[in-house]
Design a protein around this ligand. Structure first.
Ligand code: URA
Ligand code: SF4
Length: 207
């Protein structure tokens, strides 16, 4: 089975983890992507935000949430009163998956498979172990399934505080929609207000 496990160092902090992830060959996604996009933020951030996987811009720049979805997320976080300094931002899958009709044509995002999500899981597990956030904000269905299993339904639990055991630790989580879904929504303003409202629940849970 595909797995990142043999590439994950047994010890060391976030810097060591990020360095090792740069060489991960745990699943086939590393082949076509430019680079591993690891999480970013303070080592002891109070809140960890988990997205799906890097997009086109993230793949080029090597940082999570720097493209259009990231800009929208930054704005929503600011409006909800969550400080960037308190946040660690990462993804369930750390390489960009895409299709491309021809070389030099636009690269179109493809959803990661369950196998790829499972393969990449050990990186996220380590990030949680090191950062030990007080709260996890789950951005969309892929992150939810990666953390809580395949029965996760974002519409059923968004904007609520869940308590679940993850990798042997009791975690508090607030799920919401993925910021890319806001960008695609027919009523973008309503979708954006919904995202901010969910992030306000997270901000209150942080206290
Ligand atoms: N979408 C994600 O899920 N993650 C990113 O880093 C960018 C877009
Ligand atoms: Fe490794 Fe994850 Fe990249 Fe697959 S997607 S190669 S498991 S870092």
């Amino acid at each position: 089975a595909y797995t990142a496990e043999p590439f994950v160092p047994g010890r060391g902090g976030l810097a060591a983890l990020r360095k090792a992830a740069a060489d991960c060959r745990g699943c086939p996604l590393h082949r076509d992507a430019t680079q591993t996009v690891f999480g970013e933020g303070a080592a002891h951030a109070r809140v960890m935000l988990v997205g799906e996987q890097p997009g086109d811009q993230e793949d080029r720049q090597g940082k999570p949430f720097v493209g259009p979805a990231g800009k929208l997320l930054d704005r929503a976080l600011a409006e909800a009163g969550i400080e960037p300094a308190d946040a660690y931002v990462t993804n369930a899958v750390k390489h960009f998956k895409f299709t491309q009709a021809e070389p030099r044509k636009r690269r179109i995002h493809k959803a990661p498979s369950l196998r790829e999500m499972t393969a990449c899981g050990p990186w996220l597990a380590k990030e949680l172990e090191i950062v030990e956030p007080e709260l996890i904000v789950v951005l969309g269905a892929t992150a939810g399934k990666a953390l809580l299993g395949s029965s996760f339904r974002v519409t059923q639990v968004r904007g609520t505080v869940l308590e679940e055991e993850i990798h042997g630790r009791r975690e508090r989580l607030v799920p919401t929609v993925h910021p890319s879904a806001v960008l695609r929504a027919e009523d973008r303003e309503a979708a954006y207000r919904g995202l901010v409202a969910d992030l306000e629940v997270a901000a209150r849970a942080l206290g």
